[in-house]
Ligand binder design. Structure first.
Ligand code: 6MZ
Length: 344
């Protein structure tokens, strides 16, 4: 759905818990980046998946590589993060957990530490601007970079956990699910957990609508034993689609909320159609399920549209949608008293 959401959804106070910074860059910001770097010959069509379009997951990951070429200086990161936060605020998102993979770029002097500092600066500047949104940051590990980088990333995140005025609250594990070995990342993730970083892990994202990479079930079983504090996608967890009851039981036993991203899953072809989205399975169980955007820029969506899509696909009333949005507060990593300010 690439059309505008109704006023109800637009005005609904919302909580966004699964948003990758560089996947969230809007077309307006891409325009500014392209102007800054005309020599790269990057066109808009290379950075977003428009209405009615589908891509393989592999092609989606190519899109992120193009955006990374455009965002490779502190100045770019600052602009991108500020624009993304302002856009979420304009969509009545009251609490946002942004996640991003720190990168170093030798040619521009960008280091991973500066990368995180810059995102934090953007969050503080938005606060000073008086935007009506609370923002926290999750440091992301791209699984393809292996265990050494994962451990270094955790150490860096740990430093910021102490020094960022509570803005860095957790760790995300993401990246191409077909690359890298999740098992080898366990020590890094365990360390993160031990030092107080909350964990959100991308789990069981299939290669396409029908196929998991065989090692994914075993890997997910191990990662669920940590246990994580939230799960990104979890597309193939339940037995009806090739997961297993024992995986579902672990999620239920530990009451681990799921972050669910409808448009992303359809455009990335990991779910065949909206009506078959696993939101239905978890929602019917009454399990904490949070509607999120994933990559609002790449998938040309926003959180209002995602709520409207959930409502129209699964026949949810305004009251049910209000409740769904409100319940997301229980899943945030940083306790803040949003309820009285925002929801009454
Ligand atoms: C897995 C994803 C993702 O970190 O540069 N990322 N990982 N599944 C997804 N669903 C489609 N969407 C985004 O943002 C881009 C990075 O986020 C991860 C990938 O590692 C991607 O390179 P940042 O801000």
């Amino acid at each position: 759905m690439d059309n505008e959401a109704d006023v109800f959804y637009r005005q609904l106070p919302k909580v966004e818990l699964h948003a990758h910074l560089n996947g969230s860059v809007s077309s307006q910001t891409i325009e500014k980046l392209i102007k800054r770097k005309p020599h790269l010959n990057i066109e808009h069509s290379m950075t977003a998946i428009g209405k009615g379009q589908r891509r393989t997951l592999d092609e989606c990951f190519q899109v992120f590589k193009v955006i990374h070429q455009l965002v490779d200086t502190e100045e770019d990161i600052l602009m991108v993060a500020r624009d993304v936060i302002r856009e979420f605020a304009a969509d009545s998102v009251k609490y946002l957990e942004l996640r991003s993979t720190p990168r170093e770029e030798k040619s521009t002097g960008l280091t991973k530490k500066k990368y995180i500092e810059t995102v934090i600066r953007a969050i503080q500047l938005c606060k000073n601007e008086g935007l009506d949104i609370d923002v926290r940051f999750l440091v992301a590990i791209d699984r393809r970079n292996g265990e050494k980088v994962a451990m270094e990333t955790v150490e860096l995140a740990e430093e910021f956990l102490m020094s960022s005025d509570d803005l860095v609250v957790g760790l995300d594990l993401s990246g191409d699910p077909t690359v890298g070995d999740g098992k080898s990342l366990l020590p890094a993730l365990q360390r993160a957990k031990n030092c107080g970083l909350k964990l959100s892990l991308h789990l069981l994202i299939p290669l396409n609508q029908l196929h998991l990479v065989p090692s994914q079930l075993e890997e997910s079983d191990l990662l669920l034993n940590l246990p994580p504090d939230r799960i990104g996608h979890g597309t193939f967890l339940h037995p009806e689609v090739g997961g297993s009851q024992s995986l579902v039981d672990k999620v239920l036993k530990n009451n681990i909320p799921l972050e669910l991203c409808l448009t992303s899953n359809i455009k990335g072809q990991t779910v065949p159609c909206y009506t078959e989205h696993h939101f239905k399975y978890w929602y019917q169980l009454g399990h904490p399920s949070v509607i999120c955007t994933d990559d609002k820029g790449v998938f040309c969506t926003d959180l209002s549209q995602e709520y409207q899509l959930a409502a129209s696909t699964f026949g949810l009333s305004h009251e049910a949608i209000w409740k769904l949005s409100h319940q997301a507060i229980d899943c945030i990593f940083k306790w803040i008293d949003l309820q009285p300010q925002v929801f009454h």
